[in-house]
Design a protein around this ligand. Structure first.
Ligand code: C5P
Length: 202
């Protein structure tokens, strides 16, 4: 039986970590939909047209996660994510993934609102901008990146602004999503809160 868990939220809110843990807990497949936009964004850096890049996207484009996770590609992703043709080119793949027989967890910005409005469980994961920027800063430094907290804060802030204010599928909680603020939660507590909310929807 298909069971879909939609997890949305801004950058570094903890939604990816929660999505991965929840998928492992239930034995469901997991799709980080941000990677799709990042892969399209990365292709545009060499001048490829964004809609053409989205239409031609294959699994191979998602392989180089180290490149796709860089802040520059994150910004490019959020710029191509404003384009209607890019979003619609990625829609069918995400919907098909969400209905796979074994159950699916998708995380992104518009999963509960646009991609899977009928998802059996919906979560919206947030945390304060400073805390999210601090997490992303530590993550980047641990990978050897040379950056400052201020730079990362500005990056997170700019991406949040663009993602929340765009006209097409903006970042916002679905009316029936359970809100989880991870500002004061450790990873294990955040995962346990998410699983409790999903259990309540089952
Ligand atoms: O989640 P992540 O930070 O990897 O996403 C990168 C960018 O892709 C976001 O800033 C957002 O603009 C875009 N995105 C989106 N819709 C999704 C997932 C990501 O617009 N479902």
């Amino acid at each position: 039986m298909a069971f879909t868990i939609a997890i949305d939220g801004p950058a570094a809110s903890g939604k990816g970590t929660i999505a991965k843990a929840v998928a492992a807990h239930y034995g469901f497949a997991h799709l980080d939909t941000g990677l799709l936009y990042r892969a399209v964004g990365a292709r545009t850096l060499d001048g490829t047209d964004p809609v053409a890049a989205a239409e031609a996207l294959t699994a191979r484009d998602l392989e180089d996660e180290a490149l796709l996770r860089t802040p520059g590609v994150g910004q490019a992703a959020s710029r191509v994510a404003e384009i209607v043709g890019v979003r619609s080119a990625l829609l069918d793949f995400q919907r098909a993934f969400s209905r796979r027989a074994g159950g699916a967890v998708l995380d992104g910005r518009d999963i509960g609102t646009v991609i899977c409005p009928d998802a059996e469980a919906k979560l919206f994961v947030t945390a304060s901008t400073e805390i999210r920027a601090d997490r992303r800063y530590r993550e980047l430094v641990s990978k050897g990146a040379e950056t400052t907290f201020e730079e990362v804060l500005a990056d997170v802030h700019e991406r949040d602004e663009r993602d929340s204010s765009r006209s097409e599928a903006p970042l916002k909680p679905a009316g029936d999503a359970v809100l989880i603020d991870t500002s004061d939660l450790g990873i294990e507590a955040a995962i346990a809160t998410a699983i409790d909310a999903i259990e309540a929807a089952r």
